[in-house]
Design a protein around this ligand. Sequence first.
Ligand code: FAD
Length: 414
Amino acid sequence: MNKNYDVVITGGGAVGAACAYFLSREKDLKVALVDFKKPGNASRASAGGLWAIGESVGLGCGVIFFKTLSKQMNEAKENGGELPPLRPHQLPDFFFDFALTSNNMFPSLHEELREKHNIDFKFEETGLKFVMYDEHDRAYADQIASGIPHLSDQVKWLNADELREEEPYVTPEAIGAMNFTCDHQVSPFLLIDSYTEAARQNGVDLYLNTMVTGVETQGNRVVGVRTDKGTISCNTMINAGGAWASQLCEWATGHTIPVYPVKGQIVLSEKLPKIMRGCISTSDCYIAQKDNGEVLIGSTTEEKGYDTTNTLPELKGLAQGASKCLPILKEMNIKRTWAGLRPGTRDEIPILGPMDGIEGYINACGHFRTGILCSAITGTLINEIVRGKETTLDLKPFLYDPKRFEDLEPPFYG
Ligand SMILES: Cc1cc2nc3c(=O)[nH]c(=O)nc-3n(C[C@H](O)[C@H](O)[C@H](O)COP(=O)(O)OP(=O)(O)OC[C@H]3O[C@@H](n4cnc5c(N)ncnc54)[C@H](O)[C@@H]3O)c2cc1C
């Protein structure tokens, strides 16, 4: 093989494929994308939510924050004790900027890929509704809203009647909803295929089903990527290895980075007639009806290493949570279940950009639960870094720095 490239991207999930696409738009760099689909690769396991506000306040993955809380609440209710304190899980402002900038790119990206490359990743303007069942949920939602006053124009409150008008299949027990009107969805499968195919059409060489087995360095510089099919020389390697990024980083730099797998399980129904206008998050799960009618119910947040098994209690919990919100789902046929591995970091913020002490190496990893949403801004930033341009957003909070992760308590994933 031994071809020469300006850039080799290792990992062809949403993040790597987006990097390939944004780097290829000017058609002036020789770029290769190398990918081997390891079991649990995240992008194909994802829900495809572009839940910029929902994820930034912790509601997209409602299960994370409510699992522990719900248990404490049930105990408090049973014992007549006090309800536990509410703890909305809000990421820092710079992450909101990152997520919202990416989110804002999707309408034009969708159009661009359709017009220039004839590919449609099914961008749907749905909104994300946090459906509330009781006053505790409402108090939680109020706290979230008070934490994001600058985004109040993106938050629409629905009382019980308004909710039922918008979502007639939601249980009459719901007392209302908080709707993040800018949070939408795509087909994650089609999004990766779109980035990849558009990059190919722009001249990127695809090495699919090709395993990276090592990295070639000379002195303090990356000069190539070893694969099971031969070595590929490059000036720059981009590490988009998802939950496996730490291994790739170690090969390139001699150091690991704290990116680790966080398992999420999903239940998918057979196609149904349209039962939802928007995506929904509750204290039990999130629910999204995809463009083809299938209803996707997610997701757990489990630290189980590289385990990708499906487990009955968790799947049952998701299905029960979804049918509590949308009772019609009690009749659904389950088409498929799966588990994927989010590339987690302790601060839940991606690791982007170069690393001290090594030339020709760039991180594009650790996107945890928002790699689909944040793929567009990541591709943009990585393209700017490779070209030595000023970056659209300040890169500093995303750079790898061991101090970033010092003294961090593990988040309470249950
Ligand atoms: C259940 C679930 C639901 C989710 N829902 C959402 C959502 O609604 N919205 C959202 O924005 N995000 C969501 N996420 C998170 C999102 O899927 C991830 O953040 C994103 O997919 C990460 O993309 P990636 O390209 O970094 O990783 P991946 O998609 O895992 O891609 C990395 C690729 O690199 C390959 N690779 C690794 N090592 C090597 C090697 N040595 N050689 C060759 N190839 C290699 C892997 O096999 C893989 O193909 C969800 C994740 C899960 C698991």
